[in-house]
Design a protein around this ligand. Sequence first.
Ligand SMILES: Nc1ncnc2c1ncn2[C@@H]1O[C@H](COP(=O)(O)OP(=O)(O)OP(=O)(O)O)[C@@H](O)[C@H]1O
Length: 247
Amino acid sequence: MSTQAITVRDVTVRYGDVLALDRAELTLNHGRICGLIGMNGSGKSTLFKAIMGLVKPDGGTVTINGGTPAQARKSAAIGYVPQSEDVDWAFPVSVHDVVMMGRYGGMGWTRRPKRSDHVAVNEALERVELTEYAHRQIGQLSGGQKKRAFVARGIAQNANILLLDEPFAGVDKRSEATITRLLREQAQEGAAILVSTHDLHALPALADEAVLLMQRVLMHGDPKTVLRPENLALAFGLDVLGSGNDS
Ligand SMILES: Nc1ncnc2c1ncn2[C@@H]1O[C@H](COP(=O)(O)OP(=O)(O)OP(=O)(O)O)[C@@H](O)[C@H]1O
């Protein structure tokens, strides 16, 4: 496996007249957690979708584990925890079913889970502390539990790249701590993890590096450097780490 997990080169994405990404550049290696920060509308979700191959760039290239995003999706190398708004929580599936979806890539067309699939799902549920909720409909979980269910899907999938779109939004401290610990463990096992967050205070404990996005990548480096007020001012235009004003 190459150490370079994600390479985004000169990627531009437009939705009609809206320029969502403007010649964005990003590289992320295996074993690293990168925090993605930027204002609402700065292009964070679009960057995830471009990396997943769910939106086609108008320019530039995305390379995942040395191949295309479609190849990475097909080989289940890449796991995606979407923003809560992008999920239909009324869908009649259990927490166990959602995590099992992470195993579908390896099942062939029959999609009949084997014993090893059930073992992997149960292990993943245990790691996110959701064993007792396994048979609940996915919509009947709290915000933090839903996020943990999707993290479990990525773990069950054995994805070596994880993309998480605001996993801490609407999440209590316990779920936040559980998710942070799990992500650190996954990175230690060699996963490359890109995580968008508005929780700037928690970033240094979570991430090895940080990216400041405003359509373009304004800065990419050590979280403490990226979080310096003068750098945040570039992306947010105000003192976002100032007292009581952190979003
Ligand atoms: N499907 C779409 N059609 C048209 N415009 C879109 C679409 N999706 C996103 N946009 C626009 O593209 C820009 C970037 O959106 P994106 O969702 O990537 O931002 P974001 O940084 O993830 O925002 P947030 O922090 O609010 O989730 C915004 O101006 C948004 O309104």
